[in-house]
Design a protein around this ligand. Structure first.
Ligand code: ATP
Length: 443
């Protein structure tokens, strides 16, 4: 253990075999890490030798399997070297998944299009702050380093692992997810739930997870390489009561065959009980891949994040969407449009009234899956709106989104609003989806 914090200037750190340098960087700032000797990785992504890598605000770990020397430039809030890590456990799990991928590819090559040609569908589950997203990145990156392109799926509405918070998303990963660029965003499939918690509209969350599962099945049916590479899924940290039911639904819908529980004995035993004897992928009972439930240790480096820190991480994620990662400072584009030139919708309006409480044939106006029009008002100020691929009112619910805009000004007197978007030019669609996601831009 070791170095004192906080630090500025360049500090050199020496990592022995299987040691990890843990560092906390203040939100809104960044530090640069350069590997000068040996080999090291950040959540499974190899550090290039001699090239500085920017670590944005947050908590990071630089791990070395064989020993390394690293230089860190900039002020950190906390830093130390840890000897005890669960990385060997994570590597062993990767070994099991790798065997599955190879067997799936071999079965596919032999013309078998049954469940034997399915690569692993792995989900990381556990309460908040146990390291689920970090392990999801490690497993994805280890697969990418062996030339697979697995699908990375994020079901956590709270943090926006792929694009903005309040979404679930999936993206094929063909180059390592690194600290600077995050998940590659060439072809993300993103659904907007409009809220950072699924508890406010669980029906919508379930619906979107099922949409995602259908798209995933369709992709695998037409792409044997993607099918063999498999899927790594990061789930939300709400694992009690309704959260547990939503989790079971998602694992079922996405046909997860490797459930990896991080850091909670009770959840592990509940899932072991609920998945006993269960198989996925087969056409007849008794066929298919048995679901395996694993238990992984939580890394000592994962620290609990306060609600305030989480909120700031979420804001940073939205900021990154519009301005790029710290240091990139992309220029978002500002435009003003009359309200008449766009249609703004929202999904759901609170809990559904029981059908028995309504006149026969009438649908509740608060149907959680009902799409309604949002009238222009000042309440749109600071809203993050999704730009939907949906063309008609009917398919807005089921369509994925092209991107997001952020409302910076509402001019009710002249009936127009000003927004920023990450790229210039026409919006890909004039159909916008609103939710409760807001962002106040800090200087
Ligand atoms: N080994 C480590 N050393 C230092 N920091 C770490 C380590 N592993 C994870 N972290 C950091 O700890 C924080 C929580 O980790 P992570 O986001 O993976 O947890 P999670 O279980 O997915 O949380 P949530 O469900 O709340 O999103 C993150 O800021 C992550 O970068």
């Amino acid at each position: 253990m070791g170095d004192d914090a906080p630090n500025a200037g360049t500090q050199t750190h020496y990592l022995n075999k299987e040691e990890e340098f843990r560092v906390e960087v203040k939100i809104g700032t960044s530090v640069k890490v350069t590997l000068t000797d040996g080999t090291a990785e950040i959540f499974g992504a190899e550090l290039p030798k001699g090239t500085p890598v920017t670590l944005p605000g947050g908590k990071h770990a630089v791990f070395s399997w064989h020993g390394a020397t690293i230089d860190v430039l900039g002020a950190t809030e906390l830093e130390y070297v840890a000897r005890d890590t669960p990385m060997t456990q994570y590597l062993n799990l990767d070994g099991v998944l790798e065997e599955r991928r190879k067997a799936a590819a071999a079965a596919g090559a032999a013309g078998d299009d049954g469940f034997a040609s399915d690569g692993p569908r792995v989900a990381l589950v556990g309460p908040t702050d146990v390291g689920k997203s970090s392990i999801a990145k490690i497993l994805t990156n280890y697969a990418v380093r062996k030339q697979w392109a697995p699908l990375f799926v994020d079901l956590d509405l709270g943090q926006g692992g792929i694009t903005c918070p309040a979404t679930i998303g999936a993206v094929p990963v063909d180059r390592p997810i690194d600290a600077e660029e995050g998940v590659p965003l060439e072809m993300p499939l993103v659904y907007f739930a409009g809220d950072t918690s699924p508890g406010n509209n669980p029906d919508l969350y379930r619906y979107l997870v099922e949409r995602m599962a259908a798209m995933l099945d369709a992709r695998h049916a037409s792409n044997p390489a993607a099918r063999a590479a498999g899927v790594v899924i990061n789930t939300m940290g709400w694992v009690e009561g309704q959260g547990y039911k939503l989790l079971l639904h998602a694992l079922d819908a996405l046909k997860v065959d490797n459930v990896v529980v991080v850091g909670q004995e009770r959840l592990h035993s509940e899932l072991t009980r609920d998945f006993r004897g269960k198989r996925v992928g087969g056409d007849v009972p008794g066929e298919g891949t048995p679901v395996r439930v694993w238990k992984l240790n939580k890394s000592g480096g994962v620290v609990e994040r306060s609600p305030e820190f989480r909120r700031r991480c979420r804001d940073q994620k939205i900021r990154e969407y519009f301005y790029g990662a710290p240091g990139a400072e992309l220029q978002p584009h500002s435009q003003t449009l009359p309200f008449g030139q766009v249609s703004i919708f929202k999904v759901g309006g609170g809990p559904r009234a029981p059908a028995t409480a309504l006149p026969i044939g009438q649908q509740s106006s608060s149907d959680p899956l009902r799409v309604t029009t949002v009238a222009p008002s000042m309440s749109l100020l600071n809203s993050v709106l999704a730009v939907s691929h949906g063309r008609s009112n009917a398919d807005l619910l089921s369509s994925n989104v092209a991107g997001f805009i952020f409302v910076t000004e509402v001019d009710m007197r002249n009936g127009r609003f000003t927004f920023v978007s990450p790229s210039a030019g026409e919006l890909p669609s004039r159909n916008l989806l609103a939710g409760s996601l807001k962002w106040i831009e800090m200087p």
